[in-house]
Design a protein around this ligand. Structure first.
Ligand code: UDP
Length: 327
């Protein structure tokens, strides 16, 4: 089976490629290496039929040609990470809107089943105790870049969903909740690799805001197999499905946990949101997934707790010789 993975050199994308090649897929990766890295593909690229294409999802003709020769498409290429979104809002918007439109239109034109990776950001400030897929989106002003990102991902879902319904081509939308694991970098904002790198370097752990905001981190090793299972499950088609972990933690609690697990001498330093992200930034206080739909559809059950998730990243970072401290 020929499978196209856009964004396959990224963190989740590269783990998906490993999983697909282990299942005998001939994988083609389309990636512009803006935030991904070719090093992430060192396992997958040894597999028969593996191909890396350095290119942009905004290149409509290239996308169309690659989709036309595929049996399935996983679309993960996107502008990701809060720092990326805040620093390059227009570029991020273009990539996330038009890039997804290109992939979905090509998939529908060539009748190729497709998955569009979305995010828990689409729920915005809704801090319900267990967000379900039909819950409301609660956004601030679109002039604040974080909400423009959330709005763009919401539109991506709509483009994917409506095309899927109207064409009958199988489509799955996955909403990732703070997925973490080896190969994830803190360079673009993600908190766990940032804290791990800071702890391993003995640098201050930068907790933004009060640290009372809460998140629930999921393991990439739980989420990736769920993606292929959803694609193979007809009842999952034309649905958005939450994927994430179960253990909720405050960001201050996360910092304490990372310090304890690494045996670090780092202290915790509190940084204002404005200093971290610039003026007018809004954070969500809580984001906790209800993953019972995934459980019903494919028997999804997170198997890694927060300690496992942090440890997997620590081991990976320790295996890399020097660990740069995130700015
Ligand atoms: N965060 C933090 N220090 C950092 C990076 C992030 O305290 O160095 C906070 C961030 O403000 C947010 C949480 O950690 O409250 C999760 O941030 P991340 O960017 O990983 O994911 P998201 O905000 O999309 O949930």
């Amino acid at each position: 089976m020929k499978t196209l993975v856009t964004g396959g050199a990224g963190f989740i994308g590269s783990h998906l490629c490993d999983h697909l090649v282990a299942r005998g897929h001939e994988v083609t990766v389309l990636d512009d290496l803006s935030t991904g890295s070719i090093d992430n593909l060192s396992h997958a690229e040894r597999a028969p039929g593996f191909r890396f294409v350095h290119g942009d999802i905004l290149d409509r003709d290239l996308v169309d040609a690659l989709v036309a020769e595929s049996d399935a498409v996983y679309h993960l290429a996107a502008a990701v990470g809060v720092h990326t979104i805040v620093d390059s809002p227009l570029r991020s918007l273009r990539t996330n809107l038009h890039g997804t439109e290109n992939v979905v239109e090509a998939a529908v034109a060539h009748q190729v089943p497709y998955m569009v990776a979305s995010t828990s950001e689409v729920y915005g400030k809704n801090d319900a105790d267990g967000l379900t897929e039909d819950d409301d989106r609660v956004y601030g002003s679109p002039t604040k870049s974080r909400w423009s990102y959330a709005a763009a991902k919401g539109l991506d879902e709509l483009v994917a969903y409506v095309h899927g319904v109207e064409s009958g081509v199988p489509c799955v939308i996955t909403r990732f909740f703070n997925v973490v694991g080896p190969r994830q970098t803190g360079r673009y904002g993600m908190v766990v690799p940032r804290f791990v790198d800071q702890a391993l370097n003995g640098a201050p752990i930068t907790v933004y805001g009060t640290g009372t905001q809460r998140r629930c981190f999921g393991s990439v090793f739980d989420v990736v197999p769920a993606m292929t299972r959803l694609m193979e499950t007809p009842e999952a088609h034309n649905r958005a499905v939450n994927l994430g972990g179960r253990e909720e933690v405050s960001i201050k609690g996360l910092a304490d946990r990372v310090i304890a697990l690494t045996g670090s001498t780092s202290s915790i330093t509190y940084v204002d949101y404005e200093q971290a992200y610039g003026e007018g930034y809004e954070d969500m206080q809580r984001r906790y997934p209800d993953t019972s739909l995934a459980a019903r559809l494919i028997g999804f059950e997170p198997t890694r707790d927060l300690n496992d998730i942090i440890q997997s990243l620590v081991e990976h970072r320790r295996s890399i010789q020097s660990v740069p401290t995130p700015a």
